[in-house]
Design a protein around this ligand. Structure first.
Ligand code: MN
Length: 257
């Protein structure tokens, strides 16, 4: 039960997209059936276990840094496809329907072979995009604050040095994938890591603080081939409040996706 409650940290409720901080109180003091959301299972028998979380802002809200058409396609088509294919994989192995996403990903080698690669790709895609919408916001960006700001300075010397390293790793990554900031339980050892395709540090039981999507579908309409321009513009939409909530939840050992 503990892992299920912890998993609700990033889940939404009744169609609303709630942030980690909002749900932390519920997670510690759960109301049965109250918090079923994007990455958690839906309750009804016969319902697909995973659902697409609604965007927590309008598709045009991150303009001019991320254009509305990209956001619409990215969320409504790309992310939805990962959710649909993840549900299709689970439908082949119904005994997995009640396993939280983080557990599916961290225990991939224990899953039946016929669904392993589908769950890796589509479960990873669902986890990565759920995180991605959460850590962005309109009227956001700027320099980090709070505990995350301190952790960044401690690990990288300065925010500018951190940003430069993150952008370099994102630029250098060949092909589709993600660039992530991962942390250990102490919260002091932040690291930058890239993964191919829809892989995630969750596959190794890692803790994802935040990350950026390096797939061309994330930027090509506006930035074309200029991934470096997308990477540098993206910092203008980072929601440091949401990232701080994830940081605290991860430090507390919650299974944040
Ligand atoms: Mn994407």
């Amino acid at each position: 039960m503990a892992s299920r409650r912890e998993f609700l940290i990033t889940a939404g409720s009744a169609g609303a997209f709630l942030t980690a901080g909002t749900l932390l109180a519920q997670a510690q003091n759960p109301v049965p059936g109250a918090a079923i959301g994007p990455a958690e299972k839906t309750a009804g028998p016969g319902q697909p276990p995973f659902t697409l979380p609604p965007l927590p802002y309008a598709v045009s809200a991150l303009e001019p840094h991320i254009d509305a058409k990209t956001m619409e396609l990215h969320h409504d088509k790309h992310h939805k496809t990962y959710v649909d294919k993840l549900n299709a994989a689970i439908a082949k192995q119904p005994s997995l329907a009640s396993t939280p996403l983080a557990q599916l990903l961290a225990g991939l080698e224990k899953l039946p072979e016929d669904v392993r690669s589908e769950i890796r790709t589509n479960g990873g895609g669902h986890a990565n995009h759920t995180m991605f919408w959460e850590i962005m916001a309109p009227n956001a960006g700027g320099t980090p604050k709070g505990a995350v700001a301190e952790a960044i300075t401690q690990a990288f010397g300065s925010f500018d040095a951190f940003k430069k390293r993150f952008n370099e790793m994102g630029e250098k990554h060949v092909g589709s994938g993600w660039v992530f900031v991962v942390m250990d339980r102490s919260g002091r050892a932040l690291e930058i890591a890239t993964r191919p395709n829809q892989d995630t540090p969750l596959l190794e039981g890692g803790r994802v603080l935040f990350g950026n999507d390096l797939w061309e579908h994330a930027y090509y309409l506006k930035y074309n081939n200029r991934r470096e321009d997308y990477l540098s513009s993206w910092w203008n939409v980072l929601n440091w409040d949401a990232i701080n909530r994830r940081y605290e939840a991860l430090k507390a050992g919650s299974a944040v996706i």
